[in-house]
Design a protein around this ligand. Structure first.
Ligand SMILES: [Zn+2]
Length: 241
């Protein structure tokens, strides 16, 4: 084994001793075979997964939304740690869930993969853009890197701090096409972490349509609403491999 690889393995082993790998959803300690995946067997079998296919349609842009998970309980807690608790590395564990969701729904390769960006102010404070990291993971399915097609032109209050009615109004006209890429006739995959009212994705999708896109398909890691009640059974859906 080359020296660099040996050192890397020793480093990983030491890190495991200091920060033992835990399931990103329930924080259970992971036995060796599940460390790569980052999800314990229990969560693999019981996560609240959505049924494959379009989960909902956005109000203004009418764009379809796909999401592999329902935003509740362990998923909600995990996403909150990912966004606000500095656990930026969770995106590697969320990646296969996103890619399986697109595969199961047979979403055709887009011309661009992009994301709902943070404002500069929030990006500076957080140090990473959680939706960008998810777009990076989703784009791997098509061999595409995320392209910054959008910019946030005004700072909005955190959606999580608002009522449903405020959330719907908050992101309106907050996003604009960033320029630099030919969008006429383009098909875009737009990625975000959570979809609740859908207002953020809708505002982003509308900005992309105004810039000439012909189709915007949305992907979120989790959704708090959508589909019909039959889709909400925690035991339904596919198992992640
Ligand atoms: Zn777990």
């Amino acid at each position: 084994m080359p020296l660099a690889e040996r050192l890397y393995r020793i480093g990983c082993g030491l890190l495991d001793l200091i920060y033992p790998p835990k399931c990103v959803f329930c924080a259970a300690l992971l036995p060796a075979p599940q460390r790569e995946e980052g999800i314990c067997i229990t969560c693999q079998n019981t996560l609240p997964r959505t049924a494959p296919g379009i989960l909902r349609q956005l109000d203004d842009s009418l764009s379809p939304v796909y999401a592999p998970l329902w935003y509740r309980n362990r998923v909600r807690e995990s996403v909150l740690r990912y966004k606000f608790g500095g656990r930026s590395h969770y995106h590697r564990v969320y990646g296969p869930l996103l890619r399986h969701c697109l595969l199961d729904a047979d979403v055709a390769p887009p011309d661009y993969v992009t994301w709902a960006p943070l404002s500069r102010q929030r990006l500076r404070k957080r140090g990473y853009d959680q939706a960008y990291l998810l777009a990076q993971e989703a784009g791997k399915l098509y061999g595409q890197r995320p392209i910054p097609l959008l910019k946030k032109i005004r700072h909005t209050k955190a959606q999580s701090s608002l009522t449903a009615a405020q959330r719907r109004r908050n992101p309106r006209n907050a996003y604009e096409y960033a320029g630099g890429f030919p969008l006429s006739g383009a098909r875009v995959l737009l990625v975000d972490d959570v979809v609740t009212t859908g207002a953020t994705l809708d505002a982003c999708a509308m900005a992309l349509y105004r810039a000439g896109c012909t189709e915007v398909v949305c992907l979120a890691l989790s959704s708090s609403v959508g589909g019909d009640a039959r889709r909400t059974s925690p035991n339904q859906g596919h198992r992640m491999t």
